[in-house]
Design a binder for this molecule. Structure first.
Ligand code: PLP
Length: 349
């Protein structure tokens, strides 16, 4: 006998490596290569001891207001959490409480099945087609909820708002979570649909397009009732999620829209250029709308290229998983970093 029989055992999600080594080119976790909006410096200088001594605002009022204003929605349609991972986990726990399986694509963000496992939510993965596209009709089955990353990860493939709407419309008895972690890199958002469909939740993050992965800010937008359900669960686990400095720094990012848009445009421009260069080297590439490319080489194996790049201190992401084990996911760095990547690949392939 042992306590171990009573333990909630799980196989955890494995994030991309964060090597301590200096002088590496890090294109493996979709961090933005640019600094956050420069207003953060002034904020850091104004942080006083109360920010550490006192509990932060449990309602995250100021940041919630600013996010609501940015998206032109009411504040009670916004839920803020510790990165979108926290927002998604809380949404899974709240919205997916059915005996029927939650459904999502077989190739997608690899945290979804981990949350389903840890919360004991039944789930079923639905195979994407041979071009990694969602087949909408496959989602017309009894289910306890739906999760779609749009653009999808790690493929970068974007589906249209009309296409996603079809799935939401066909499933009025299921909560549908649309994870828009990468939407700012050229995609069209499903946000306007939240007033039309009470079962839709759109999730966003400051980590990718706002260059703030280290701060951990994510949020969800949905109708008032759904946001209240999620908020009730949050207040049943942890009242104080975002800390005071993080809230202030998030506000600074939202104040500088010009910088934000310029940053996104730079990433998009670099992505298009890098893609062209990789195609010339014999790679095929999905049409990515994210801050990464998803590529496969016609001769050299992805795992080999991954190892060779690593020897040259260039880190990209390789997933040893069915269907995608001959692909590499390469985050978009600065032009200079992408140039170095291309030079290295010229030697390797
Ligand atoms: C990066 C990512 C997230 C998580 O981002 P946070 O840093 O936790 O906000 C969520 N979903 C997808 C698809 C992602 O790629």
């Amino acid at each position: 006998m042992s306590y171990e029989a009573n333990v909630r055992r799980v196989t955890p999600y494995v994030p991309g490596e964060q090597p301590k080594e200096k002088n590496i080119i890090k294109l493996n976790t979709n961090e933005n290569p640019y600094p956050p909006a420069p207003g953060w410096r002034e904020i850091v200088n104004t942080i006083d001891e109360d920010a550490f001594r006192k509990y932060p605002d449990p309602l995250i009022t100021d940041l919630t207001h600013a996010i609501a204003a940015y998206h032109k929605v009411d504040i009670d349609k916004v839920f803020v959490g510790i990165g979108s991972d926290d927002v998604l986990a809380t949404a899974f726990l709240t919205l997916f409480n059915s005996e029927k399986p939650v459904i999502f694509p077989d190739i997608t963000y690899s945290f979804y099945d981990v949350w389903a496992d840890v919360f004991r939510i039944p789930y079923k993965t639905i195979p994407l087609d041979e071009n990694f596209r969602i087949k909408a009709e496959d989602y017309n089955i009894p289910n306890g909820g739906i999760v779609i990353a749009n653009p999808n990860a790690p493929t970068g493939i974007l589906e249209s708002v009309d296409f996603i709407e079809g799935i939401i419309k066909a499933n009025p008895d299921s909560a549908v979570i649309v994870d828009e972690a990468y939407i700012d890199f050229g995609g069209e958002t499903c946000l306007p649909l939240i007033d039309k469909y009470e079962n839709l939740l759109v999730v966003r993050t400051f980590s990718k397009s706002r260059c703030m992965a280290g701060l951990r800010i994510g949020y969800a937008i949905g109708n008032v009732k759904m946001i209240k359900f999620i908020s009730d669960v949050k207040f049943s686990i942890n009242s104080y999620t975002l800390n005071t400095p993080t809230i202030a720094l998030g506000l600074a990012s939202l104040r500088d829209n010009e910088y934000f848009e310029e940053c996104c445009q730079r990433v998009i421009a670099t992505r298009e250029r890098a893609e062209e260069q990789l195609i010339k080297l014999g790679f095929k590439s999905t049409n990515s709308y994210a801050n990464f490319l998803f590529v496969s080489h016609k001769e050299k194996k992805a795992e080999y290229i991954f190892e060779e790049l690593k020897k040259r201190k260039i880190y990209v992401r390789y997933f040893k998983k069915p269907r995608i084990d001959n692909y590499l996911r390469i985050s978009i760095g600065t032009d200079d970093e992408m140039e170095k990547l291309v030079e290295a690949l010229k030697e390797i392939v």
